[in-house]
Structures are given as C-alpha cells and as structure tokens.
Design a protein around this ligand. Structure first.
Ligand code: AR6
Length: 169
C-alpha cells in the first residue's frame, strides 16, 4: 500500500473514497465536515439521515458510508473521532478504531484509493503529534489486497510538518 501526503482541501481530492471527520449526529458541522457537505451537496446529508433513521447515531470510533454527491470521490466514509479529554489510552484506542473501521469499510466497497483528513485534531482538540502517530501506525499496519493508496490530507501547516517527518518525506 502506497502512502502519500497532500497539503490542501480534501473535497478536491480524486480518490475513490474520502473520509469525513464527522460527529455522532451525522448531520454535519464545521471544519472538514462542513466543507464536505457544502461541496458535496444535499445528497450526502439525505443519505446520512437515512442511515440515522436505520441505525441511530454513529458511535465514536465507528464509520458509515454515503455516496459523495458532487465531489470527485465516489464515496464519503464518515467516521466519528474522539473528543480529547486527557484520557490518552481511551482516546487513542478510539482514534485507532476510526482509521481501522474506515479502511475495513473501504475494502468492502472495493476502494483502491482513499484520503484521510487529520481526524479529531481540529475542534475535538486531539494532540496533533499523537494523532498523526496513530494514523500512520494504523495505516502502515493495515494489510490489504484491495487498497492500493492512502493519502493523508493535511489542511494546516503544523499537521503537514508532523506527517512529513513521520513519513520521512
Ligand atoms: N480538508 C482537509 N482537512 C480539513 C479541511 C478540509 N477542507 N477543513 C479542516 N480540515 P475538524 P474534528 C482539518 O475540526 O477535530 C465538525 O464540526 C483541520 O485543520 O474538522 O474531528 C464535526 O461536525 C483539522 O486538522 O474535525 C464534528 O462536530 C482536521 O481537518 C467536529 O468538527 C479535523 O478538524 C469534529 O472535530
């Protein structure tokens, strides 16, 4: 599996799937979630509402999928990162689950290329360095016959620098 780093806006990325850092309501919000719903159009929200009607809220660490509306990607995988509360062990396990469950879901959809934002490192205040280590570790250790490329999309300079160092780029 190839790993790439891109600095920019995930709504512009042409991978089969992009991952959204959602909240458990699945009804949208600010940050990357707001950007994805704005750029993708109302189809994404309609599908999120359908999912909610079927299964209720999305738990922290879990992931669900919708189509990508007007975005260049085919799918949006919505995962709910943990809100950082200082409990390093618990928050780390939940963040790791976000990456693992998103990758598993992607495999089931026969996704070859997938892009991740820096889940939980915005308003959920997860320490960026630790979040990046977990993200890179989970992706590197995910054995897949299906997924060929994972792109980490960093929006802010600090995350970009952290990922560049971790990935030796
Ligand atoms: N493309 C890529 N990354 C982005 C973009 C973008 N267009 N916009 C922001 N980021 P956040 P969280 C980065 O706050 O911490 C929402 O309201 C941003 O720089 O979007 O998981 C949800 O509805 C940061 O590094 O998500 C939830 O309520 C990263 O995306 C809550 O925020 C994550 O920041 C989730 O909080």
């Amino acid at each position: 599996m190839k790993i790439e780093l891109i600095k920019g806006d995930i709504t512009k990325i042409r991978t089969d799937a992009i991952v959204n850092a959602a909240n458990s309501s699945l009804l949208g919000g600010g940050g990357v979630d707001g950007a994805i719903h704005r750029a993708g159009g109302k189809r994404i929200l309609e599908e999120c509402i359908e999912i909610r009607n079927k299964q209720g809220k999305c738990k922290t660490g879990e992931a669900v999928v919708t189509t990508a509306g007007n975005l260049p990607a085919k799918y949006v995988i919505h995962t709910v990162g943990p809100i950082w509360n200082g409990d390093e062990k618990k928050c780390s396990l939940l963040l790791a689950s976000c990456y693992k469950n998103s990758l598993k879901l992607a495999e089931n959809l026969d996704v070859k290329t997938i892009a991740f934002p820096n889940i939980s490192t915005g308003v959920y205040r997860f320490p960026k360095e630790l979040a990046a280590k977990i993200a890179v570790d989970k992706v590197k250790n995910f054995q897949s016959e299906i997924i060929e490329k994972v792109v980490f999309v960093c929006f802010d300079d600090e995350n970009e620098m952290i990922y560049r160092q971790l990935l030796n780029l």
